[in-house]
Design a protein around this ligand. Structure first.
Ligand SMILES: NC(=O)c1ccc[n+]([C@@H]2O[C@H](COP(=O)([O-])OP(=O)(O)OC[C@H]3O[C@@H](n4cnc5c(N)ncnc54)[C@H](OP(=O)(O)O)[C@@H]3O)[C@@H](O)[C@H]2O)c1
Length: 238
């Protein structure tokens, strides 16, 4: 896809991977509607870009996905790309895990993501094409102790993505997942030490590494779909 003047909705764009994807695609002239709850951060990211609207909101609000697509259509007259990226993590052992946070995570990573998926694809069907990229994780294909519920949310996202890819084969709609290993972002900001630091990684993945993969997926010729990109820092065994 030629990305200049294409329009992308990005959720989870206030920080980390979402913000990096916006900066990367901004370099080639993509236009944006950016979302996330922290409006001041969102405005900072938008301020770095030539064409970016912000629509702050809670991703589990059932009305938000449609509002995002509607805003893109209202401002730019089109929406070609959705980067469905908002997410959070809850982890811990049986004794210490915060089950309320686990349930919030299920609402954000599954319910919120699923709602965005269906709204994006209905729009792409009406428009005759588009590209949806869901942010999964290496843990969308594996499990690890103490983080099983998070793995479950990303497995759920990958299952839906793959099923929809099959359903949409032969159309102009492409669907895929980007599945990073540990990335240095705000995702673990509730923890005293980032897991990459805890594991002694000297060169963990940065959000810009994931953004390059997303751009690679989007820039394929029309007859190519990349269903999943898994990327790991070289120090990460799993
Ligand atoms: N960092 C990693 O190691 C890693 C690895 C694999 C996959 N991922 C996935 O990558 C995606 C992006 O995360 P990140 O690592 O870039 O972390 P991040 O910097 O914390 O970004 C998460 C984004 O999601 C938004 N978000 C979270 N809860 C939300 C809610 N209830 N409503 C609306 N927006 C919400 C956040 O915005 P607000 O807080 O402003 O709302 C933020 O923009 C997530 O899906 C995550 O699971 C991350």
């Amino acid at each position: 896809m030629e990305l200049k003047d294409k329009v992308a909705v990005i959720t989870g764009a206030t920080s980390g991977i979402g913000a990096a994807v916006a900066r990367n695609l901004g370099e080639v002239g993509t236009k944006f509607v950016l979302s996330g709850r922290r409006e001041a951060l969102l405005r900072n990211v938008a301020g770095e870009l030539a064409h970016a609207e912000v629509l702050a909101g809670e991703i589990t609000d059932p009305a938000l996905p449609e509002r995002l697509i509607a805003r893109a259509l209202e401002i730019y007259g089109r929406c070609d790309i959705v980067i469905n990226n908002a997410g959070m993590v809850a982890a811990g052992d049986i004794a210490s895990i915060d089950v309320d946070r686990v349930c919030e995570m299920v609402r954000v990573n599954v319910e919120g993501a699923y709602r965005m998926v269906y709204v994006a694809l209905k729009h792409f069907q009406a428009a005759g094409g588009g590209h949806l990229i869901n942010t999964s994780s290496v843990l969308g294909g594996k499990v690890r102790e103490n983080v099983g519920a998070y793995c479950g949310t990303k497995h759920a996202l990958e299952a839906l993505t793959e099923s929809l890819r099959m359903e949409l084969a032969g159309t102009n709609i492409r669907v895929g997942c980007v599945a990073p290993g540990l990335v240095v972002t705000d995702l673990h900001r509730h923890l005293p030490v980032h897991p990459a630091e805890q594991q002694g990684f000297k060169t963990p993945l940065q959000p810009e590494d994931v953004a390059r993969s997303v751009r690679f997926m989007l820039e394929q010729p029309d007859h190519v779909n990349i269903p999943r990109v898994l990327l790991l820092g070289t120090e990460q065994a799993v």
